[in-house]
Design a binder for this molecule. Structure first.
Ligand code: GAP
Length: 451
């Protein structure tokens, strides 16, 4: 249940898109303020990362694109933001206390610890020492509420956001007057004490999920499962991931989580190989049934047409905001040669780009040019994340913006003072359009908001 890592990170003769390596991505992210190692001045905390000024914009844009697609563009979805700390009985009912585990073995000689299901030999891979029997290690982080640290005060940091949705099923159905089928969407942090985190932000102990629980009439679950698989597969392409770098991988029976009747992973061709981006599962009525039993509350649904009560089935598309952000970054990474010089650029979808436009005066020693550029920036920043920059020559400024995926650079020059026009340069083609100052907003609106 806990993790399908052994399968998802197999190299499988994988060719990362455009030959991009994780080192290049990590280096770009550090250099350009996207993602930093957490607590770096103290030497960092293994596999934890902080999103910098441009990283937080990018990840927010990914979350916004998801929310817009699954909540605003639909009539059958409600949003939710449940607490991270929940009643401990939630995790007994959900099966996490019992089953959210990985099997671990220790080496009796060198004392190193390994995932039993990852070992290919019966002895320690480091020193060939004898290994202990496997024991189950629960991945949930535990903490205490209140001042007394005893067993009665134990709570867990949620390992998935899903349970916040299940326990609010009745609240939302009732308050929003919902009939089946309908869904609930939530974005939030989840925590897992992963044994082997790694591959940059791909697997960390603190991460963000973007989860949907879609409640349907039993018997209609397979139809809705197929629907959501296609819907979610298409979403990554809609926001720019190339189709050849995505695939669907159905789970085999022995791989299924304890709650799932069927599950398929949307996989992306990361630099380390095909790996899970999102899982879409048919959770049946498992969660509502268990919460009904444990809480002694009636979570059945009254079907007015059929005049009978039943427990809804649930289809769950469960994505990771950090993994999606990483996949969008990797897929957007490009190297080419412009005017005889190599450049790196991020061909991010305009909806995801951290900065939408950069305004630059061509001559920073001409106050009228600077003023015109500053005023243009002031008017644009009311609507979009834009920047004003005059700290270097234009060639260098273009390259800096290309590297962080800014779709448009707008330059104001001496000619602009006479003809009231500015130059808009496009990131991907480097083509330039000369347009009237008062048309810039319309020009950007057409190109930034037509997704
Ligand atoms: N509610 C179902 C569930 O949590 P999961 O496959 O364990 O299913 C769903 O997780 C998604 O959450 C994954 O596809 C991945 O994108 C993200 N995710 C899970 N564990 C993660 C981790 N340790 N680091 C980053 N993202 C993770």
């Amino acid at each position: 249940m806990a993790d399908k890592q052994g399968i998802e990170e197999q190299a499988q003769e994988a060719q990362a898109p455009g030959g991009v390596t994780m080192e290049k991505i990590v280096s770009l992210c550090k250099r350009r303020g996207l993602i930093f190692p957490s607590s770096e001045i103290y030497g960092g905390l293994g596999s934890t990362w902080d999103y910098g000024p441009l990283g937080v914009e990018l990840k927010n844009n990914v979350k916004r694109a998801w929310w817009r697609t699954v909540v605003y563009e639909r009539d059958d979805m409600e949003g939710l933001d449940a607490a991270i700390l929940m009643h401990p009985r939630v995790w007994e009912a959900s099966g996490h206390v019992e089953s959210f585990t990985d099997p671990l073995v220790d080496c009796k000689e060198c004392k190193k610890r390994f995932r039993a299901d990852h070992l290919t030999t019966a002895r320690c891979p480091e020193c060939n020492g004898e290994l202990t029997e496997a024991r189950q290690f629960n991945l949930m982080f535990r903490t205490h509420v209140g001042p007394v640290e005893d067993s009665a005060s134990v709570v867990y940091m949620r390992p998935e956001t899903a349970q916040g949705i299940f326990v609010n099923f009745e609240n939302v159905r009732e308050s929003m007057r919902r009939k089946l089928p309908f869904g609930m969407a939530q974005i939030g942090k989840a925590f897992r004490n992963e044994i082997t985190p790694g591959n940059f932000t791909f697997r960390t102990r603190e991460f963000e999920q973007m989860e949907i629980e879609y409640f349907v009439k039993p018997g209609e679950d397979e139809k809705w499962y197929d629907y959501w698989v296609q819907e979610r597969f298409g979403w990554y392409q809609r926001f720019g991931i190339r189709a050849e770098n995505l695939r669907l991988r159905p789970h085999s029976k022995d791989e299924l989580a304890h709650y799932a009747r069927a599950c398929v992973d949307v996989e992306y061709l990361f630099p380390m190989g095909w790996s899970e981006l999102e899982g879409i599962a048919n959770r049946t009525d498992y969660d509502l049934r268990r919460h009904g039993e444990f809480s002694k509350k009636d979570l059945t649904y009254f079907d007015e047409e059929e005049k009978r009560r039943y427990l809804p089935y649930v289809i769950e598309p469960s994505a990771g905001a950090d993994r999606a952000t990483l996949a969008f970054l990797v897929d957007a990474y490009r190297e080419d040669v412009v005017a005889g010089r190599e450049r790196v650029y991020l061909a991010l979808h305009t909806a995801l780009a951290p900065i939408k436009a950069a305004v630059m005066p061509l001559l920073r020693n001409r106050p009228e040019v600077v003023e015109m550029a500053r005023n243009l920036h002031k008017s644009l920043r009311r609507r979009w994340k834009t920047i004003y920059n005059d700290t270097a020559g234009i060639g260098r400024l273009y390259r800096r913006q290309d590297e962080v995926g800014t779709p448009f650079c707008i330059t104001v020059d001496v000619q602009s003072l006479e003809d009231g026009q500015v130059t808009v340069r496009s990131r991907d083609t480097t083509a330039q359009d000369r347009i009237a100052l008062d048309q810039v907003e319309r020009y950007l609106t057409e190109r930034l908001e037509s997704q």
